[in-house]
Design a protein around this ligand. Structure first.
Ligand SMILES: *Cc1c(COP(=O)(O)O)cnc(C)c1O
Length: 426
């Protein structure tokens, strides 16, 4: 559908009234600032709370009160198998088979667990290829994994950076770095969406190049899951992990997820760090020696499930299921296109360019990273004072992320008007 955008409140409201997902905003608590619902543009950092979450969590507290330990088998959703509800709800979201998906732990923990299996450096093949400016937790994970195996991070970690004067990492540079280091690369790992510039990576091409080089390939989907289209199975990613509290609205520090490609299930040579919850279910409670993994992604589980945070996750994923990933992707694209249009129109109205959007137009999700060429702090403060919650990254980047479940086109219009207001008064 081609929509000719207009910069007017009427037009924004018209887009909202035609939006098939407009009713979903009311399913969330929007923070109130100065007596007014805020414009919440940090769903990429901590998604908002669904109004149903409290009930889901309370149910589990009640069942714990009523049943004690018996809740493992007699709760309304028995805790023993609680996590088994998630793969089906996540198949569309990550593009994996149900057996390839498991909900467990937290993101950085899953990253380490999966690297324990898929980063097996040898004297010849020890390098990790990743993006420059990966999220800090990932950088520390890579660095410590390399040291753990006795290698030097300075030699083992190859970061692909944007070219001089550019903000986006070119796919061709990623692929050629993999090719140039082919014989020495053990693992290629990228995010799905870079947290800083909002760039969506070509995961299919990266996985293909990694495999041609004889390396494993993994993705950190923290900023991608629930945001962009994913086909982990078809792309043949070896593994992936993600958190649930950003676009997936499952609460601060919520339970995370992991994907392991089906092709690895029967490979008993793959090293792993094991725990009892990854043990074959029918004989788990015989409590015997000798680890026998479940031959699915569940075989990577360590601990029994954190039910309270899983209840919050379930509340949120039920909303995703109702909204449907296809509709969310379509609206997400419209929202971000409208956001880019509004930013363009602000730039067009100033003699000197104010904002350089460093998020690539043709490879973006629900995020625009605005490099402020001047007045960065003033703009950020004015947004805050006018009820827009955005995110500031040093030295001068404002990240805004309108999301399809609870943001509106009117939110984006209001954001644009606030910036225009400061420019007028400057
Ligand atoms: C948000 C984020 C994290 C956070 O890790 P936690 O273990 O959930 O604290 C890690 N990596 C990336 C890429 C992220 O975007």
């Amino acid at each position: 559908m081609i929509v000719h955008f207009q910069n007017s409140l009427d037009f924004a409201r018209q887009l909202d009234s035609n939006d098939p997902l407009k009713g979903f905003r009311d399913k969330f608590y929007l923070p109130i600032i100065n007596g007014q619902e805020c414009v919440y543009f940090t769903g990429n950092s901590l998604g908002l709370q669904p109004k149903t979450t409290q009930d889901y969590v309370l149910n589990e507290l009640e069942d714990w009160a009523s049943f004690g330990v018996e809740g493992h088998f007699h709760a309304r959703q028995p805790w023993f198998s609680y996590h088994e509800m998630f793969p089906q709800l996540l198949t569309k979201i990550v593009g994996g088979l149900p057996e390839e998906i498991v909900v467990m732990n937290q993101l950085t923990v899953n990253l380490h667990l999966l690297m324990a299996s898929f980063y097996q450096p040898t004297g010849e093949r020890f390098k990790i290829i990743c993006e420059a400016k990966a999220f800090p937790s990932d950088q520390y994970a890579f660095e410590s994994q390399v040291r753990f195996h006795g290698f030097d991070p300075g030699k083992a970690i190859i970061e692909v950076a944007p070219r001089e004067g550019e903000h986006v990492i070119r796919t061709e540079d990623i692929l050629s770095t993999i090719q140039q280091n082919a014989a020495e690369t053990a693992l290629v790992i990228f995010s799905g969406v870079n947290y800083y510039n909002g760039q969506v990576f070509d995961m299919k091409a990266i996985a293909k190049a990694a495999h041609e080089a004889g390396a494993y390939c993994g993705f950190d989907l923290a900023h991608a899951v629930g945001n962009i289209e994913l086909h982990l199975h078809d792309w043949e990613a070896d593994f992936a992990c993600w958190c649930s509290y950003k676009y997936l609205n499952s609460g601060p520090g919520g339970v995370a997820g992991a994907f392991v490609h089906q092709k690895h299930f029967s490979n008993t040579n793959l090293p792993r760090l094991a725990g009892w919850w990854g043990y074959e279910k029918s004989t788990r409670f015989l409590m015997q020696k000798g680890f026998k993994p479940i031959e699915t992604a569940e075989g990577w589980q360590l601990s029994n499930a954190p039910i309270l945070s899983m209840a919050a996750h379930k509340a949120s994923l039920d909303i995703f299921e109702e909204a449907g990933m296809d509709r969310l992707l379509a609206k997400g694209k419209m929202l971000s296109d409208y956001l880019f249009y509004i930013i363009d129109s602000i730039n067009a109205a100033t003699a000197e360019k104010l904002i350089e959007v460093i998020t690539p137009r043709d490879a973006k999700g629900c995020q625009a990273s605005m490099l402020m060429l001047k007045m960065g702090r003033e703009v950020f403060e004015a947004l805050k004072n006018n009820g827009v919650i955005a995110d500031w990254r040093e030295p001068n980047v404002i990240r805004v992320a309108p999301v399809p479940l609870y943001n509106s086109f009117e939110d984006i219009h209001r954001f644009g008007e606030i910036i225009r207001g400061i420019l007028k008064s400057a």
